[in-house]
Design a protein around this ligand. Structure first.
Ligand code: KG4
Ligand code: ZN
Length: 337
């Protein structure tokens, strides 16, 4: 079974062909980073206009690289939520037109579930497990029960983890995307030069939630207050100390949730899952199996969309051509979606 996947929820224009939910025959990801860099963030209008220009050649290239023709694919899968509405609409409209013209099924895919599916493209992973999805738009700790069903245990109560990286990087002019730039700069910094505050959430219903706005504000406005008094007050030291605080918050809550749920396997996904300190900290945890996708499958890509859709197609879960894009999906502490 061959599925063409299309992903355009944010600033990556991507198309992929995946066979049987596992074999990635092509995964073209065209990044718009250079167009958004001057603004230190993704500009929605620029993003959707670039998607309009790029979507057709990206899809054509993905078919070519996979050595297949559009007629040979079994379905067209596309991210329909959540994300930037204009960007989503470009991918969704293109996918609808293509599926309609080819007479193939259309499969709308949720971006959050697609990220969690990404590591399944590289190895067999049994359900259930503790899923950690950390990206520019989401921070979710969940019990993952199957490819299309998760139970949300914790989320961010304010900024997403990647968003905090991006905002701190913007303030200190470290680079864009912020997470990548901070990760790189932190390697030359002392993570103990500053002791930034961590949110103090107590045991109870909100215990697996995380918060980043206080940390972000502390790092941006009052960094001197948290200084150890000895180390250099350099941007590299601030970056390394921020990264340590931001990731430690995440790791603490994730490990607590896994232990409380009796889950010994943790699977990460999303752009922040590319973070080297997060990977090193998790790998050092005894008694649990930790699975990270390769770097290319952490950030937005269409292979995860096509892989996910294969299972949906096998279960007859195809979408109607009236399917619309949704910018946001409410996140409650319960089954998702
Ligand atoms: O999954 P993704 O490509 O797009 C969203 O769905 O948001 O994630 C992008 C986010 C950005 O906030 C970026 O700064 C962050 O992932 N990111 C990282 C790293 N690489 C990307 N954050 C921390 N460390 C990294 N190495
Ligand atoms: Zn994403």
């Amino acid at each position: 079974m061959r599925i063409l996947g299309i992903e355009s929820s944010c600033d990556e224009c991507s198309a992929a062909v995946v066979e049987d939910g596992r074999r990635v025959l092509s995964n073209i990801v065209l990044s718009q980073v250079d167009f958004h860099k001057p603004y230190y963030g993704v500009v929605p209008e620029i993003a959707s206009r670039k998607h309009i220009e790029w979507i057709r050649p990206v899809v054509e290239d993905s078919l070519k690289e996979a050595g297949t023709s559009a007629r040979e694919i079994d379905a067209v899968a596309v991210t329909f939520r959540p994300g930037l509405i204009g960007s989503l609409l470009v991918g969704l409209s293109f996918a609808k037109g293509l599926a309609w013209a080819l007479g193939k099924p259309l499969i709308g895919v949720d971006h959050i579930l697609a990220h969690l599916y990404a590591p399944h493209l590289e190895r067999d992973i049994d359900y259930p497990y503790l899923g950690l999805l950390v990206s520019g738009g989401h921070t979710i700790i969940a019990r993952v029960e199957r490819y299309d069903r998760i139970v949300v245990l914790g989320t961010t109560i304010d900024d997403a983890c990647g968003e905090a990286f991006d905002k701190v990087a913007k303030h200190y002019d470290i680079g864009f995307p912020g997470g990548v730039a901070i990760d790189r700069l932190s390697k030359s910094g002392n993570p103990r030069a500053f002791h930034f505050p961590k949110p103090s959430l107590h045991k109870g219903e909100a215990f697996y939630d995380v918060s980043y706005s206080g940390l972000k504000t502390a790092v941006i406005h009052q960094s001197g207050q948290f200084w150890d008094g000895k180390s250099e007050k350099s941007v590299a030291n601030i970056a390394a100390s921020f990264q340590k605080a931001a990731i430690d918050i995440l790791v603490d809550r994730t490990l607590a949730a896994a232990a409380d749920m009796g889950l010994r396997r943790i699977v990460a996904g999303g752009g922040v899952a590319a973070n080297s300190y997060l990977r090193a900290r998790m790998a050092a945890e005894p008694g649990i199996e930790v699975i990270f996708p390769s770097l290319k499958l952490c950030t937005d890509n269409a292979a995860m969309v096509a892989g996910f859709a294969c299972h949906a197609l096998m279960e007859g879960k195809v979408s109607d051509f009236t399917l619309n894009a949704e910018a946001r999906v409410p996140m409650f502490k319960r089954k998702y979606p």
